[in-house]
Design a protein around this ligand. Structure first.
Ligand code: FES
Length: 336
């Protein structure tokens, strides 16, 4: 990929965007006093004020549709940070937008599995329909379109999200219809999870403010039946292989070191193993072919160190003699 860092394509591929926060459009209403009060409410949730910065940035987006210069200044003032420090955080995460966002944010997964199954074709079709590329907003302000990296729903690929709600197993036709409905002002039900709101609404949720006054209404909305069940492929695979996460420590008891041997009997029948050893035993036992078994055995924590890792003179440690690392030319021991 030859895209330059900071270009639209480079941003899509790397997630990094070096462009600055865009000045506020002339018609953008200023942040209301309520925003500052809510920012203080967020700060009060944390022992350290600066821990509140991430939800505060979502709060700014919920009012102005992006992390505006005014929002950066508000966060800096309230947290005692510099605007540069706030900007450094806001420009690190792709969920913080540096240009005003449309009513809905449509994210198309173009990572490997989705792409193979049609994700890039969906992105191309929506891009043509909307007349925009990655991270651009349609002229009518309805949709901001973006590429997304893996959205963690590969078993339902190709996946599109709208305002971070899932629309699974899309194809070009269904994605086009979805976007056309959004532009008409409809809010089609996601295939899983909470009902669709809009970019500002979900930003408010991410700031920790629910649009549901009654917690039971909120739980009912989030737990509403989905047309597709939860993504359980990983869980089923783990069950087949006898793999399990280490138990959660009980409150009040010291957490166990993950490397501390356990008293339990592993699927292999061995005892006194670490969770990593147990999982590795299970991978070896579950291998279907000699090649898989060799691979699993090779990555086992008990596997002997490959011969190639030993230095010719038998020394342990770095393979690079001190003083000859890149950038230290002429500074090593014995050199003038
Ligand atoms: S590759 Fe698209 S959800 Fe994982």
């Amino acid at each position: 990929m030859s895209a330059l860092p900071g270009s639209a394509e480079g941003t899509a591929v790397t997630g990094l965007d070096s462009s600055p926060v865009q000045p506020a459009p002339v018609d953008l209403p200023p942040l209301p006093d309520q925003a500052r009060l809510e920012a203080r409410e967020i700060i009060a949730r944390y022992p350290q004020p600066r821990s509140a910065l991430l939800p505060m940035l979502h709060l700014v987006q919920s009012y102005q549709g992006y992390v505006s210069p005014e929002g950066v200044a508000l966060c800096a003032e309230e947290l005692g940070l510099t605007k540069a420090e706030v900007g450094a955080v806001a420009t690190f995460y792709t969920m913080y937008k540096r240009r005003p966002t449309g009513r809905h944010l449509v994210s198309v997964c173009t990572n490997t599995l989705c792409s193979v199954l049609g994700g890039q074709r969906i992105m191309d079709a929506l891009s043509a329909d909307l007349g925009v590329h990655h991270d651009e907003t349609a002229a009518d302000g309805s949709i901001t379109l973006e590429h997304a990296e893996c959205l963690a729903a590969c078993d339902y690929a190709p996946v599109v999200t709208v305002d971070y709600e899932f629309y699974d197993q899309q194809d070009v036709a269904s994605a086009r219809e979805l976007v056309a409905a959004l532009r008409r002002g409809d809010k089609p039900s996601p295939t899983r999870g909470a009902p669709l709101t809009d970019f500002r609404g979900v930003s408010r949720q991410l700031a920790g403010f629910s649009q549901y006054e009654d917690p039971y209404d909120m739980a009912a909305a989030i737990d509403a039946p989905s047309s597709l069940g939860p993504t359980l492929a990983g869980l089923r695979l783990a069950e087949e292989r006898g793999e399990a996460a280490p138990p959660m420590p009980t409150p009040g008891t010291p957490a166990r070191d993950a490397q501390e041997p356990r008293d339990t009997v592993a699927p292999s029948g061995r005892t006194g193993q670490t969770p990593g050893q147990e999982a590795a035993d299970a991978r070896v036992a579950a291998a279907d072919t000699p090649a898989e078994e060799a691979g699993a055995a090779g990555s086992h924590p008990d596997a002997p160190e490959p011969a190639g890792r030993r230095l010719p003179d038998g020394r342990a440690g770095t393979d690079t003699p001190a003083g000859s690392e890149p950038g230290t030319s002429g500074q090593g021991p014995g050199k003038a």
